[in-house]
Design a protein around this ligand. Sequence first.
Ligand code: NCD
Length: 295
Amino acid sequence: MKALLDVGSIGAAGLRGLLDRARDHADALRAGERVVPSLDGRVVGLLFFEPSTRTRVSFDLAAKRLGATVLVLDPDRSSINKGESLRDTVLTVSSIGAEILVVRHSEARSPALVHTWTGRPVINAGDGTNQHPTQALADCLTLEERFGSIQGLCVAIVGDIVHSRVAGSLVDALRTLGAEVILVGPDAMLPENDLPRSGDLDEVLAEVDVVYLLRIQRERGVEASDDYQSRFQLDFDRSARMKPEAVVMHPGPINRGVEISVDVADGPRSLILDQVACGVPVRMAALEAVGGIDW
Ligand code: NCD
């Protein structure tokens, strides 16, 4: 694999291979293993042109756990502020020695451009409203660890789906692995496609195995209507109507009191921190895959 730009292009076998490798890493981490030096001495560049907490930090730790050296570009203090273009910036970082590039950017498909310009392996760490493949992998690993298999699960994705790169990748991954997906939200937040959809969270709650909540992407120009919380917030009463074994997920950052209530975010159904923890083994597998490591 020369690049991990989206879920669709890696296919079912690629997805399965990454998840199996990630599961091995997760088991090794739990068993106390700290470093698996398959990228020993290689240089991983983290190029985050949009804010990030969990994705950036888990790529950083994943690269270090593989024995790589991590080179972090801080765009706010880089020559981008002096008018340097994205192309010149990434060619510079690549010439300095970054061999694998992890790219987050507000423009859809810019990680693909970075791959073309530099010829380096690239992982898309979130591009605009397009794709976020390693988040989808982390979510699938989380679900497989909880349910054993994704095949046959019914997942409601709730909220600002049209602006969500997380949803973009997750829908592809879940369907490839045999889950049913239903999109839930106000009309203006649902994309045009032929997936099952509902404007009524209460109608689907009791039927699904997973309620996957999304943040409203205000930075992409969307605002919640006044009735958003009363219609779509997953609160205690709604969570009580879910199936006994059903779970709640969210890629973070969570806005407590908007799409999820405080008690549900911290409650027994919540897998939010499991998703975060799965980010490290999944990103280890992704870095190895684009780094040409056979496992
Ligand atoms: C998401 C992102 O940046 O795409 N966060 C993440 O990576 N876990 C979701 C978001 O910003 O809402």
